[in-house]
Unconditional design. Sequence first.
Length: 489
Amino acid sequence: MPFRNLSEFLRALEADGDLVRITREVSPRLEIAEIADRAVKGDGPALLFENVSGSVVPVAINLFASRRRMLRALDLSSWEEWEERLAPLLDPTPPAGLLDKLKALPKITELAQVFPKTVRSAPCQEVVETGDAVDLGRLPVLTCWPQDAGPFITLPLVITRDPATAKVNVGVYRMQVYDRNTTGMHWQKHKDGAGQARGYEREGRRMEVAVAIGADPATVFSGVAPLPPGISEFLFAGFVRSEGVPLVEAKTIGVPVPAEAEIVLEGYVDPGERRREGPFGDHTGFYSLDDDFPVFHVTAVTRRRNPVYLTTIVGKPPMEDGFLGEAVERLFFPLVRKMIPELVDMHLPVEGIFHNLMLVSIDKRYPGHARKTMHAIWGTGQMMFTKTIVVFDRDADLRNSADSLWRALTAIDPERDIEFVHGPVDELDFAARLPCYGSKMGIDATRKWKEEGFARRWPDEIVMTDDVRRRVDAMWPELGIRLRGGAAS
Ligand SMILES: Cc1cc2nc3c(=O)[nH]c(=O)nc-3n(C[C@H](O)[C@H](O)[C@H](O)COP(=O)(O)O)c2cc1C
Ligand SMILES: [Mn+2]
């Protein structure tokens, strides 16, 4: 059974002993951030702050801040289980005989169930506030870091429609709260929400925007998922939870919202309007500098009678978003491999904050294959932002950073094996020469071939034979050698 809403997920975490309720009064100004930071860095539990100064609404944070909870959120026991679920979709073998066709039927009906369902009445609309009743100041919005420009809504599902196709997009874009009914709208240039906004601006039209705060975990995750433009995040969430997401039409605008959401903000973004946004302590580990961004005017708030405010903080890794990032890596890898089939494995170390470092291993088949792989990655969706790509042969253990470092550094002749390219870079990359434009680096750490102009001999890697290892395993207890840890054990 998938989690239908946030409270079901909270209850499940509590039953697992993986959630702590905090009843002592704490401030949403910096205090919750400091507590949440310590909790995530120490592999602590999810946190529910029930007594937040200045608000009656409890704050939930770190719900996704461990691999265990991330898997729980997606209703998976392991990443392998996800690959197994995708396999019939990615490698469909047409049923051969009548019997096989009949057997395939349940799978097809199962798939039909993952489409969003429209409902008429919804928990997220138990209370409706419009006009003067709208007051964002009543929400326990966190000020995360000392130099932040103010409080920021950090995990909002920003829901918009494409002006041309009416297709719905969902993206998590942070929102700086300016006053009781205005916020910033920090969709970066390359993101789908910004793309749709450009369409409205060209036509000089006002853009309707709904923002859901707090929903079932699969739906929240879908807002972060880097789906290609035009692919529905709500459909993706339905597939992840094996059950379509119930949607309800917002009360005052023509945008669908998750019926089971905790809080929904309804309003608009006007074409051309910009306001200073930031600084904001960002997931780079640095403050993103202030800049001009669109403005969201909130004209209505709908909510549950007793909502929970779901949030997160970003900062120096590892943070909660690192675990969301790992889930993105694992859930999307089977799809990426469909497009770049030579990929054996892919890993984004958390210190690389998603876009700074990607390690991949390939089944190298032809001269220049490593470079072809880099360019394919730079040419695919949000992977275009990857500042450094290191390509290894298939036997590399990418999740072992000591092994990766050793392997990459021994395998390169830097001038020959490092390739620089110019192109789009992440908007948060403050080191790039220009905003959103800069250089990227690919490192070919594969064994070099004769056909690639390598005229020398490439040595074998040192590995003990299996039979000697087995013999020593057997005699080990008799040897009386106590290891104090390290790589040999
Ligand atoms: C906690 C968190 C905060 C984020 N904040 C932003 C943001 O402020 N602006 C932005 O463009 N992307 C932000 N992202 C990344 C987007 O959610 C992500 O790129 C997503 O795929 C965008 O959806 P889209 O492809 O439909 O545009 C954030 C991600 C996380 C996990
Ligand atoms: Mn999208």
